[in-house]
Design a protein around this ligand. Structure first.
Ligand SMILES: [Mg+2]
Ligand SMILES: [Zn+2]
Length: 183
């Protein structure tokens, strides 16, 4: 696959506070204190920024597509104000056992964004807090960076590995910059 590197970001537990029962509406959506600064740094890469998030709360009936999209509209507006315009937000609304190809670690959200924004996944980075984020990164040949916020570095299954495990999104942005923006 040709194209430019992309930066993929999980949402809950990375950009905004994670809630065990899921973030269901805009009033439950709140950033970490470091989010704006970290996103500003990531924006300087000049890569397409893509948010990829599993939102099975929709499939469970805990929230609705309109509420999720309202959150994403706010996120895109805020990210733009931080100097980190988001190319697209991809979300999977399905239940974990639905057998879809989009729920992480499935590849479909990444493939969709790669096509839309001319991204070479093999030159791309994924930042996430969940094992499924690292599994997706490993499966697609992306560099996977895991943050300790959100789910808190729960053990990875055998055979999975993150390129780096860092405290939070700010450290992840520093890691990427210290590696020269990578390949
Ligand atoms: Mg997460
Ligand atoms: Zn899905």
């Amino acid at each position: 696959m040709s194209g430019q590197p992309g930066l993929f970001l999980d949402r809950d537990g990375v950009i905004n506070h994670y809630l065990v029962d899921s973030v269901r509406s805009l009033d439950q959506f709140s950033y970490y204190p470091f989010t704006a600064e970290a996103m500003k740094t990531l924006g300087q890469l000049g890569w397409p920024l893509v948010v990829v998030t599993n939102q099975s709360a929709i499939g469970r009936g805990w929230t609705q597509q309109a509420q999720v999209e309202q959150i994403h509209q706010q996120l895109c507006q805020d990210a733009l104000s931080w100097g980190a315009p988001i190319a697209s937000v991809e979300y999977c609304p399905h239940l974990p056992d639905a057998g879809c190809r989009c729920r992480k670690p499935g590849p479909e959200m990444f493939e969709r964004a790669a096509l839309a924004h001319d991204i070479d996944l093999g030159r791309s980075v994924m930042i996430g807090d969940s094992p499924c984020d690292i599994e997706a990164a490993n499966g697609l040949g992306m560099i996977g960076i895991r943050v300790a916020t959100g789910r808190g570095l729960v053990p990875l299954a055998a055979g999975l590995a993150a390129a780096a495990e860092v405290a939070d999104l700010r450290e992840a942005s520093d890691w990427i910059m210290n590696h020269g923006g990578l390949k």
